[in-house]
Design a protein around this ligand. Structure first.
Ligand code: NAG
Ligand code: NAG
Ligand code: NAG
Length: 487
């Protein structure tokens, strides 16, 4: 019994020792972890402090780094804290923080959960970077952005820039932005959206102050009209790396504000007069890396009356640009930079654009046929002066000029087979658009109608006169009859 007791006692004391050891070890580890999180790199300017806590194995934020807590709160206006590449899984309700403009970066963590009201103590947050995490649409409830709770309502937060790129988002909560009225930039790129469903559309269209929207690499192939119906200030949109086969028509709803459109790496085969309808404020357009783009048709750029920079590069199949692509723009020319590098072009029309009005022209890496037209563009119209010094294009044909700089070809060497070298493009059925067909049908129908109307009128007048004739003679007859009966 005693022995047993002793045994038990000894066991108990070992357990106690073990427990104490465990507590010691874990508290030491705890100290170590918090020490790690405390020692961040700090950069201080007049009224700005930038704190970098990257690569420190931080897995939760229960307090801000010491450096931040130590600062003279009255003097600091802007605070930027980055937790780049740590192991945070759960963004819990963050502790209060001084400063008027707060930026928080949680890029490259393992965030799969964000608590309700996580930012209500830092409601002066202007920028939040949640890129490259494991955030799904379910995590993004409107409650996470709730501001401080006052008078029975949740307030708003100042958030202007929200980066959600490289996560696992399929869909957005329709009320997600209800507490972020000042949101101007939203990055949703590299998420598996696939389609902009009804609720996502409602969410985006509720962010009425949006100026920048990145929807690149989200596997979408269309944008419903309603998405843009309330976005009066949208200036920049990136739709690259998606599955569009045409430039989405809904864009013309933001034509009054859109200044930059990036449309690289999609499945379009042509650009035409429907592509950029209504984009009258657009200044920069980039349509590059489109594997299937074959041609740019007439009046493609005509709606873009304010375009300044055009990038049309790295489209490996692009071999034809209509000489009327800029139709209607030449008198009020606004373009200063045109980049046509690395396509499959061999010829350009001399009247494609007023070449001398450009500031920069890029034409390298194409299959230039150095003919009289090209010589005219480069020399007579002075396009040759617009190339950057290291970007002088070379001729691919004819054979004897192959490899020569196109700025070196002169009219004395000009081959005479210019216009006959490539067959002129003939009209094909594929040029017909539904609109054209409709108009033709309408035309034929109206001719038929008018014809029928005329026919009817002729018939009617004929009958009318016949009747009159008959009634005139009828009178005579009746008179005669009367006369006869009277008689
Ligand atoms: C994060 O840091 C680890 C090493 O600590 C590194 O292997 C990894 O590539 C980093 N990840 C990113 C996204 O930078
Ligand atoms: C995130 O943290 C909060 C607060 O500590 C906790 O209540 C919640 O269960 C955590 N969520 C997850 C998924 O771990
Ligand atoms: C949004 O911006 C306006 C104008 O700058 C400002 O008055 C307002 O306080 C901001 N809202 C929030 C919630 O910060």
């Amino acid at each position: 019994m005693v022995r047993n007791f002793m045994c038990w006692k000894r066991d108990r004391s070992t357990i106690e020792v073990l427990v104490i050891l465990c507590v010691l070890v874990s508290s030491c580890r705890g100290l170590e972890a918090s020490a790690k999180s405390v020692h961040c790199d700090v950069q201080k300017d007049d009224n700005k402090i930038v704190v970098s806590c990257s690569h420190r194995n931080i897995d939760s934020i229960t307090s801000w780094p010491q450096e931040v807590n130590a600062i003279d709160k009255g003097l600091i206006d802007q605070i930027r804290i980055s937790y780049y590449n740590n192991t945070i899984k759960n963004v819990t309700k963050l502790p209060p923080l001084a400063g008027n403009k707060i930026s928080l970066g949680f890029t490259a963590n393992q965030i799969a959960e964000i608590e309700e009201s996580a930012f209500s103590n830092v409601d002066r947050i202007v920028s939040l970077d949640l890129g490259s995490n494991r955030i799904t649409g379910q995590v993004l409830r409107s409650e996470i952005f709730q501001g401080p709770y006052k008078n029975n309502v949740y307030g708003d937060i100042s958030l202007q820039i929200l980066n959600l790129a490289h996560n696992e988002i399929h869909s957005l909560d329709r009320y997600l932005f209800q507490h972020t009225p000042n949101l101007t930039s939203l990055f949703l790129n590299n998420n598996p959206l696939e389609t902009l469903d009804h609720v996502s559309v409602l969410a985006i269209s509720s962010a009425t102050n949006l100026q920048t929207l990145d929807l690149s690499y989200t596997e979408i192939d269309s944008i419903p009209m309603a998405t843009f119906s309330n976005l009066m200030y949208l200036r920049y949109i990136d739709l690259s790396g998606n599955k569009f086969i045409t430039v989405p028509e809904s864009l013309n709803l933001v034509g009054g504000s859109l200044e930059t459109l990036t449309f690289n790496n999609n499945s379009i085969e042509e650009l035409n007069d429907d592509s950029f309808v209504g984009l009258r404020k657009l200044q920069q357009l980039e349509v590059s890396n489109n594997e299937y783009l074959l041609e740019v048709k007439r009046s493609t750029f005509s709606p873009l009356v304010n375009l300044k920079i055009l990038h049309l590069c790295h489209n490996p199949k692009l071999r034809y640009i209509s000489h009327n692509a800029f139709r209607g723009l030449k008198d009020k020319w606004t373009l200063s930079e045109v980049y046509l590098n690395d396509n499959h072009l061999s010829e350009l029309s001399t009247d494609l654009m007023p070449w001398s009005k450009l500031e920069i022209l890029g034409m390298t890496k194409n299959n230039w046929l150095c003919n009289c037209d090209l010589a005219d563009i480069v020399t007579t119209q002075k396009a040759g002066e617009k190339f950057k010094p290291k970007d002088i294009p070379v001729c691919a044909a004819p054979m004897k000029l192959s490899g020569a700089y196109i700025t070196d070809i002169s009219l004395t060497y000009c081959p005479t087979f210019d216009s006959t070298f490539l067959p002129k493009k003939n009209f094909s059925l594929s040029d017909l658009k539904p609109r054209h067909v409709l108009w033709s049908i309408f035309g034929v129908a109206s001719v038929v109608c008018v014809g029928m109307l005329i026919g009817l009128m002729v018939n009617y007048t004929k009958r009318f006169y016949k009747k009159q004739l008959r009634s005139q003679s009828g009178v005579n007859y009746s008179n005669l009859n009367e006369d006869l009966t009277d008689a």
